[in-house]
Ligand binder design. Structure first.
Ligand SMILES: NC(=O)c1ccc[n+]([C@@H]2O[C@H](COP(=O)([O-])OP(=O)(O)OC[C@H]3O[C@@H](n4cnc5c(N)ncnc54)[C@H](OP(=O)(O)O)[C@@H]3O)[C@@H](O)[C@H]2O)c1
Length: 380
């Protein structure tokens, strides 16, 4: 429990101000930190910052350790603001609780608790060592910042982001199937930035046949790791010379398993990192079973999946309520009724049954508008 002295509105407001700084620092790890969470830490003594840091990549030093090193002896008696509960386990780096105790901090203020059965429990360890601990400061912001991390830990499945480019009238391709490019270069750069943030990118075989996408992050100067490329290809329609099978990143083709086959896997490219994985078909006959697909990706340590279409695959993910974030790039162009709709397949026939979303952000990027949404699951 929080100690009464720290529950006052004034100290909460002060804590919140330092925690905001820690959250800003944590965000610097966004492009590099996956599969680990973003974490920021600020050490404050006598009203001034004496050290700060953030977690940059898995295997690298944790935010607390970076901040403690920056502070040196000034860490003794300081208040540590940490966006995620300090870890208690020895992974590739030592436990942060131990480092904080060794440095002699007087108080630890935590935004979000760590639900991980391995690393969690840091607040208890610190309290047991007689360190004053305050939890829940800007907890909502901290959980939102690490939505992917919390989702993966709590559900055991990857966080699914669906990104789609649409015309003003909600079409994803013209009547002749062309969709390259609906949006301008600035919005397309943002799409590439999203690929850099996720562990895997998925399309259906229809998009491979129509657009022959490469699905890698090709931001100028980008040298980070490429996402795993995933193709939903129940009927083995991906051509052997498809660009998604090139050597620039590994690819898994998910094909339909024969009835009774639990899900055989095999490598189909001798020189290329291409794998074929068989999983059962969806009961509605739409293609591969998406829950089994997500489980198979979780088995491959995929924590986040970007679904880039097309309309059949998007429709299946949305109908199954498996989309955790929807990113819609709206281009100022009209394609008319012959254009391909955003979704195909059966859908709600009445407004009362239509799934609703919360709007998280709206941004103009060049001539286009990017809308970021999350499903309003309380309404469902
Ligand atoms: N504007 C955009 O953002 C955007 C993005 C992507 C694509 N597009 C456009 O979309 C069009 C292609 O759309 P599409 O609907 O044909 O392609 P799609 O959704 O990429 O692929 C559909 C195919 O995926 C396979 N599939 C496997 N499992 C599935 C499942 N559970 N649910 C649904 N499909 C599954 C099925 O083929 P099998 O039976 O062979 O497995 C299905 O026919 C093209 O015109 C392309 O240019 C636009």
């Amino acid at each position: 429990m929080d100690r009464p002295a720290d529950a006052s509105a004034a100290s909460r407001a002060q804590h919140a101000a330092w925690m905001r700084r820690a959250l800003d620092l944590a965000a610097r790890g966004r492009p590099t930190v996956s599969p680990n969470p973003m974490v920021g830490c600020v050490l404050v003594r006598d009203g001034s910052i004496v050290g700060e840091g953030w977690h940059e990549r898995a295997g690298g030093p944790h935010a607390e350790v970076v901040a403690l090193e920056a502070a040196g002896e000034a860490a003794a008696g300081a208040v540590a603001y940490v966006t995620l509960e300090p870890c208690t386990h020895t992974g590739r780096t030592g436990p942060c609780t131990k480092a904080l105790l060794a440095a002699g901090v007087s108080q630890v203020v935590i935004a979000a608790e760590d639900p991980s059965p391995v690393a969690g429990g840091g607040a208890e360890v610190l309290r047991a060592a007689d360190v004053l601990v305050v939890t829940g400061v800007l907890a909502e912001e901290a959980r939102a910042q690490n939505a992917v991390f919390f989702h993966r830990l709590e559900s055991g499945r990857p966080f699914v982001i669906a990104k789609v480019a649409v015309s003003l009238d909600g079409r994803i391709a013209a009547g002749d199937g062309t969709s390259q490019w609906l949006t301008g270069p600035a919005a397309r750069q943002r799409a590439h930035a999203l690929r850099a943030e996720v562990d895997a990118v998925a399309v259906g075989s229809g998009t491979v046949l129509a657009d022959d996408p490469v699905l890698t992050c090709r931001l100028p100067g980008y040298s980070g790791s490429q996402p795993l490329r995933v193709v939903l290809d129940s009927r083995h329609r991906t051509p052997s010379d498809a660009r998604v099978l090139d050597a620039s990143a590994p690819t898994v083709l998910f094909v339909a398993a024969d009835p009774g086959d639990g899900g055989a896997a095999g490598v189909i490219g001798e020189l290329r990192a291409v794998e074929r994985c068989a999983i059962p078909e969806a009961a509605d006959g739409s293609g591969v079973d998406l829950e089994r697909l997500l489980d198979a990706l979780a088995d491959r340590a995929i924590g986040s999946l970007l679904v880039e279409g097309g309309s059949a695959v998007l429709g299946s993910f949305l109908r199954a309520d498996l989309v955790d974030r929807l990113v819609v790039h709206v281009a100022p162009v009209l394609l008319g009724e012959r254009g391909r709709p955003l979704l195909v397949g059966p859908w709600a026939s009445s407004l009362a049954d239509a799934p609703r979303f919360d709007t998280l952000g709206v941004e103009q990027v060049g001539p286009d508008v990017i809308i970021t949404l999350s499903p309003d699951r309380e309404e469902r």
